[in-house]
Design a protein around this ligand. Structure first.
Ligand code: PMV
Length: 360
């Protein structure tokens, strides 16, 4: 599908006078990372993620029909019940970007009320789940104005517009595995939206666990938008993009065949490569903290001595995502408690596992 196929042409605003739409969208964790983008939120390589289950943003969107269209999108935003003026610029940019695809946005005034299931300022990016939840609410509005749209179109366009809010948000609509970015070997993959991985996940990955260790809950020192931008002039960029696309092909095979050893090798290489790109950009920066490295070394020691399949990945921050199979949960969680919690702020960890995407 092309960009123009996402422009709403048929809609009847008289269907709604005042209505509230509700959606919950999960966060996701990239196994193959998106780092670098082109004009219009187009990724420079394909990425692949696990959709999470418990880390959610819940959004309520109330729409009030206006007597005449507004010049621009008119909205207010509340976070955990409190008016949040500082959330507005990012949401305004997002709404302005999607206006050409949803021209009916001018006909309403919006009240956006949002909250997360994970602690605020935990260092967990809420932009993916937040933008996905808002996009899903906006698609519910579109469906109310044009009831003919199919479920498949609903998900595609929800991902398409979520991408315009935050790239990784395009991967938070479906689950358990999502691929975003055109890839020659992945049928129907697209730079414009994420797709549910077009293969059956091996039972080894069923309900796969992700325990997120909160190493540093502070605000990010370098925003991901800046980091993506630094890939434009990066000396290793083209090799990195090739490597990511190769990793997507390889991990797709692994996820079908259930080969946990290769899974861990690709996932850890991706995490460290992401941070290596940060450390070698101009200007360079480091988002890992000393405790991030302590945890990584402990994981490697534990894996060697226990023979279990625990590996890690990292986002654009210091927190560590621990990935492990459901049937190794008991021993792994014991290890986390005894050996890793001491490296987390206030010993905080969030236990999550694979999820299926949007929840009503
Ligand atoms: O969606 P953004 O622009 O916040 O970028 C997210 C980038 C990473 O989290 C570091 C990797 C990824 O693919 O999610």
């Amino acid at each position: 599908m092309t960009e123009t196929s996402f422009i709403s042409k048929t809609f009847d605003i008289s269907n709604i006078k005042e209505k509230t739409f509700i959606s919950s969208a999960p966060s996701n964790i990239a196994l193959v990372k998106y780092w670098g983008k082109k004009e219009g939120q187009i990724p420079t390589n394909t990425s692949l993620s696990f959709t999470l289950n418990n880390c959610l943003t819940k959004t309520e969107l109330t729409c009030f029909r206006q007597t005449k269209p507004n010049d621009t999108v008119n909205f207010s935003v509340f976070f955990e019940g409190k008016l949040k003026e500082d959330f507005k610029p990012k949401i305004r940019t997002f709404l302005n970007r999607i206006l050409m695809y949803m021209p009916f946005l001018r006909d309403f005034k919006f009240e956006i009320r949002t909250q997360n299931t994970f602690p605020h300022s935990s260092g967990i990016a809420s932009s993916a789940s937040g933008m996905a939840a808002l996009s899903a609410c906006l698609m519910q509005l579109e469906k109310a104005l044009n009831p003919k749209i199919s479920d498949a179109y609903f998900n595609k366009k929800a991902s398409f517009i979520a991408r315009l809010g935050s790239g990784s948000a395009s991967r938070s609509i479906e689950g358990p595995v999502v691929i975003w970015g055109n890839h020659p070997k992945i049928k129907n993959s697209s730079d414009l939206y994420g797709i549910k991985a077009p293969f059956k996940l091996h039972p080894n990955f069923k309900d796969y666990c992700d325990s997120i260790l909160l190493v540093d809950k502070g605000e990010k020192t370098v925003l991901s938008s800046i980091g993506h931008g630094l890939m434009n002039m990066h000396p290793f960029a083209s090799e990195r993009f090739k490597q990511a696309n190769k990793h997507v092909s390889e991990i797709a095979e692994v996820l079908k065949k259930g080969d946990l050893k290769t899974f861990m090798a690709i996932v850890e290489s991706e995490a460290l490569t992401l941070h290596a790109m940060m450390m070698t950009s101009n200007p360079y920066f480091i988002l890992m903290k000393p405790n991030t490295l302590k945890i990584i070394n402990k994981i490697w020691e534990f894996r060697a001595s226990s023979g279990l399949n625990l590996c890690f990945t990292l986002d654009a921050g210091a927190n560590v995502h621990l990935l492990y199979p459901q049937n190794e949960k008991e021993q792994t969680q014991l290890f986390i408690k005894d050996s890793l919690l001491q490296y987390c702020e206030n010993e905080q960890v969030i236990n999550d596992n694979l999820g299926l995407g949007l929840q009503a």
